[in-house]
Design a protein around this ligand. Structure first.
Ligand code: COA
Length: 331
């Protein structure tokens, strides 16, 4: 049993915030941000929420797949910024789109979240437990960002992307002889280094505890440590996935990477000795949207007609946890 992506969708907040807008908030410049990150602008929520963005992206993915909400078996939402702790975002999405027959739950692996959710869906579909799933990455990071911290506020944006995946028993052979579907997945975590990128929830603080805690509710990041981790771990896990499948870099048509920093993507391409033209990027206009970056980029590339049947894709992400992963699939 294999799994194919049959629909993609995305949703972004209307409001654009440029680097010039940020110059008015913190001591920074458009030139510095573009040179160090490749980001020129990002979308910031002005009322859109993690669940409304996710639901919009899901509707578009379903429409592309030619499915209705009542046919959905499973909804997995990857997010680290839900508007509610309870109920989970996936259940909110279920209600919003009317997928009353679906099982729904959230998963948090930060910027690797979409990839981990996709792999989780694959595990369910591969074993025959469910026939299809909506897999979503959705974030409103703007509420977790300290807008006076120039080291982090320039990086992040809000948005959502979704894919509809279907189990398929037939080994559909594409024109180029490749079998459509998931070929391999590699995932990893290094919790011991987790505090280099963190964000606290509410502290335990009640009449019964002597441990009165105060903690910043905003994202803390040691940018250089995260940078070192990403540039080492991402090419290593892509190489591991290629080795597992007996494939070479030349067998891959597109490397759809988490959009955190253009320099990180360029470094990964260099380490893999891969052509940078095979690495689609949209970070300049939407910044780092954590779990949403990979599905939003996938949707843009798919709707733009860039991904053709039979193309082999590597999806790879990294993020807080620290977490990382790579999946290989044929479209
Ligand atoms: N504007 C202007 N100057 C800034 C700045 C900003 N927005 N942010 C930091 N600086 C300054 C620093 O204060 C420092 O000044 P100093 O030399 O006087 O001390 C200088 O720029 C260099 O800072 P540094 O942190 O060394 O920059 P960098 O080249 O490492 O770039 C990041 C910073 C955040 C862009 C980079 O480390 C990065 O992208 N890391 C990975 C982050 C990431 O991907 N996070 C998400 C993971 S999912």
């Amino acid at each position: 049993m294999t799994m194919k992506i049959t629909g993609t969708g995305s949703a972004l907040p209307e409001r654009k915030v440029t680097n010039f807008d940020l110059e008015k908030l913190v001591e920074t410049s458009d030139e510095w941000i573009q040179k160090r990150t490749g980001i020129a602008e990002r979308r910031i929520s002005d009322g859109e929420t993690v669940s409304t963005l996710a639901a919009d992206a899901c509707r578009k993915a379903l429409e592309m797949a030619g499915k209705t909400a009542d046919e959905v078996n499973l909804i997995l939402v990857a997010t680290c910024s839900p508007e509610l702790l309870l109920p989970c975002c996936a259940c909110q999405v279920q209600a919003m789109i009317g997928a009353s027959g679906a099982v729904a739950f959230d998963l948090n692996a930060a910027c690797s979240g979409f990839l981990f959710a996709l792999n989780t869906a694959y595990a369910y579909l591969h074993t025959g437990l469910y026939k299809n799933a909506l897999v979503v990455g959705s974030e409103v990071l703007s509420k977790l960002v300290d807008w006076s911290d120039r080291g982090t506020c320039i990086l992040f944006g809000d948005g959502a992307g979704a894919v509809f995946v279907e189990a398929s028993a037939d080994e559909m052979v594409r024109g180029n002889g490749r079998r459509a579907g998931m070929e391999c997945m590699v995932q990893g975590a290094d919790g011991a280094k987790g505090m280099v990128l963190s964000c606290a929830e509410r502290a335990v603080n009640n009449a019964f505890t002597s441990q009165k805690q105060t903690q910043s509710p905003y994202i803390y990041m040691d940018g250089q440590e995260v940078y070192k981790f990403a540039t080492k771990q991402v090419p290593a896990c892509i190489q591991e996935a290629l080795d597992k499948t007996g494939l070479a870099v030349a067998d891959v048509d597109w490397f759809v990477l988490h959009q955190a920093n253009v320099r990180i993507i360029e470094s990964v391409a260099k380490r893999l000795k891969a052509d940078i033209a095979k690495f689609p990027m949209n970070i300049h206009k939407i910044g780092n949207m954590s779990s949403a970056t990979i599905p939003v980029l996938l949707d843009e590339w798919n709707r733009g007609g860039r991904i053709k049947e039979g193309d082999r894709l590597v999806l790879s992400g990294f993020g807080a946890g620290l977490t990382y992963g790579a999946s290989i699939l044929v479209w």
